[in-house]
Design a protein around this ligand. Structure first.
Ligand SMILES: *Cc1c(COP(=O)(O)O)cnc(C)c1O
Length: 347
């Protein structure tokens, strides 16, 4: 039924709010038995790749676009590392309004670019990094009156709280640890707000520790200073100066959580493990939490038997290039049974 309808009572939705809906949300919370056994914990992956545009961004975008329309805005604009643009473009298409997206030139995964173009957005490649594209988008919004739908838009973070509510609705409680990749730091802040809201209305008794994971080459929250030239293969979290840094720091300190960094190699290894031992294909940024849990396990810092949810923020199909650079090629054979049997018998 979509996030706006499902969580109507918890969202700023009124009779005047257009019913924007691409059936986002209600994504599967997948128990991962083999990966759990490897780590000695109960590990669940919330597979946000099942959202209509293939990432969690749809949860907040649906509300941001609905409120923009309610306020009389007739076009939207955003800067994006890829998924925000895909999501914005999808909702704009569904409502028949123009969408302008600013992307860091050459740094967006192929699937995400294909999506934004297919949904019919005006795609602008900026010769600069994400942080600069965001500044430009803000200035463009100020000058034109387009609705800015980056996570500086408060409705984005409010809509994204729905992920926390779904987890609690399924588990009947909050997890012990909530592991999540951190880029612009909106999602970790939204989840923390969501858990707190559920505690306030008595749906859960205890709050999770918020564990945020960044890529080592783009880890301003781990090293506690902006990173002027962020670099990582996990392009969705290639951000040097997170807009919601203050909220994310509060979430981590209030929950007695932590920020940790992982290398690109650890992220790619985790992506392979999640796929080959979990049966779930998530994009590189989404695998930073698993990389981090493996790292903490190696350091003896992962308590036995705890329940951990990790947010698998985006679908692996969005970035086939990175995946293909990590795996072998298919085995090519002639169209004979003889050739096939050689493979099946491992010769
Ligand atoms: C946007 C995004 C992130 C980062 O989320 P923030 O709210 O910016 O911290 C992580 N993973 C994926 C796949 C994303 O699209």
């Amino acid at each position: 039924m979509g996030v706006l309808k499902h969580y109507k009572d918890l969202l700023p939705v009124t009779d005047a709010t257009p019913n924007v809906n691409l059936e986002e949300g209600m994504t599967p919370l997948i128990f991962l038995p083999r990966v759990s056994a490897r780590l000695g914990i109960n590990l669940y992956g919330k597979f946000e790749g099942c959202n209509p545009s293939g990432s969690f961004k749809d949860r907040g975008m649906v509300l941001a676009v609905a409120k923009a329309l309610e306020e009389g805005k007739r076009a939207i604009i955003c800067a994006s590392t890829g998924n925000t643009s895909a999501s914005a473009a999808a909702y704009a298409a569904s409502q028949g309004i123009p969408c302008f997206v600013l992307l860091p030139a050459g740094k967006v995964a192929l699937g995400k670019l294909a999506q934004a173009l297919m949904y019919g957005a005006k795609v602008i490649a900026v010769k600069g990094n994400f942080d600069r594209a965001l500044e430009l988008a803000r200035e463009g919004a100020d000058k034109t009156g387009c609705a800015m739908v980056n996570s500086v838009n408060p409705y984005r973070l409010i809509g994204q709280r729905s992920g926390a509510w779904e987890i609690c609705d399924v588990l009947g409680k909050a997890p012990d640890w909530h592991a999540i990749p951190v880029g612009n730091a909106g999602n970790i802040s939204a989840y923390w707000a969501g858990y707190n809201e559920y505690k306030k209305i008595g749906k859960i008794n205890a709050l999770p520790r918020m564990m945020g994971f960044q890529a080592e080459g783009a880890a301003p929250l781990v090293f506690n200073k902006p990173c002027p030239n962020p670099e990582t293969i996990a392009t969705a979290i290639r951000i040097g100066n997170p807009v919601s840094a203050h909220l994310a720091r509060a979430a981590v300190s209030e929950s007695n959580g932590e920020f940790n960094s992982v290398t690109d190699e650890q992220i790619l290894e985790a992506q392979r493990i999640l796929a080959a031992e979990g049966g779930v294909f998530a994009e590189p940024a989404s695998c930073a939490p698993l990389a981090g849990l493996i790292k903490l396990k190696g350091q003896g810092k992962l308590p036995e038997g705890i329940t951990v949810t990790m947010i698998l923020t985006g679908n692996g199909l969005k970035d086939p290039d990175t995946a293909m650079s990590q795996v072998g090629r298919p085995i090519e054979i002639n169209d004979t049974l003889e050739d096939l049997m050689k493979v099946l018998e491992g010769k």
